[in-house]
Write a protein that binds this ligand. Structure first.
Ligand code: SAH
Length: 221
């Protein structure tokens, strides 16, 4: 984290964050690197200051434009499924607050993240600068199309409920790569992990159920 962010991250915040990490661990997250990354990223800075007391509870929270910052447990769960490696290039669909992108950025080489809401994109872009998350690049656009200019990606993470697995994302996934995507249109979505073999064939695994805001087409000014 850089200077400006450090000033806004007190011992009080760190103490609250340590408790949150223990809560997430108790719920079954075992990858120590993921738990470390959660400890490093000051989640309260991704939310309105008025809501500080919710920043270190294990819940999703409103961030404006009808969108939410994901629950820390969910962020940790998806990050663990993604099997992040230090050399990875990762694509995230649904920047939202930027929190998930910043957590991933602690574990991989480079994160490309795309958001369809202009206001959220602008805010997250500022946040990354303020926090010194230099290995995150933010984009404004429709995540159904991915970001072809920087493809292929070692890993792809979708943080909105996908009614289908977008074809463009499968194409932009490297052979040998992994995609984690909450799939389904109903109240809840099943977490899917898709592995693309070297020959391009796909293998799918199903995990737990979660509740996400929908992945929608097009962008919003
Ligand atoms: N990863 C975020 C969670 C955000 S919630 C965080 O850590 O805070 C999901 C986000 O996906 C919302 O901001 C929503 O606007 C965005 N989204 C939904 N459909 C999208 C699409 N097609 N392309 C890009 N972003 C999309």
């Amino acid at each position: 984290m850089s200077g400006k962010a450090k000033e806004k991250d007190s011992y009080l915040h760190k103490g609250m964050r340590r408790k949150l990490v223990e809560t997430v661990r108790a719920k079954g997250i075992t990858d120590e690197r993921v738990l470390d990354a959660l400890m490093k990223v000051p989640r309260h800075l991704f939310m309105d200051e008025a809501f500080l007391k919710y920043a270190y509870e294990d819940t999703a929270f409103q961030i404006g434009e009808g969108q939410t910052i994901s629950q820390p447990y969910t962020v940790a769960y998806m990050t663990q499924l993604l099997e992040p490696e230090p050399g990875d290039k990762v694509l995230e669909i649904g920047t939202g607050s930027g929190y998930q992108a910043c957590v991933l950025a602690q574990l991989v080489d480079k994160v490309y993240t795309i958001e369809r809401h202009k206001k959220l994109f602008e805010r997250a872009t500022r946040m990354m600068k303020e926090l010194g998350c230099r290995n995150v690049r933010t984009f404004y656009g429709d995540g159904y199309k991915g970001i072809p200019a920087f493809a292929p990606y070692d890993k792809i993470i979708v943080t909105a409920a996908a009614p289908e697995v977008p074809k463009a994302l499968i194409e932009q996934l490297k052979p040998g790569g992994l995609m984690v995507i909450p799939y389904g249109e109903g109240e809840t979505q099943v977490m899917l992990r898709i592995r693309k073999a070297e020959d391009g064939s796909l293998k799918m695994e199903k995990f737990d159920y979660f509740r996400f805001v929908p992945m929608l087409k097009g962008k919003v000014d």
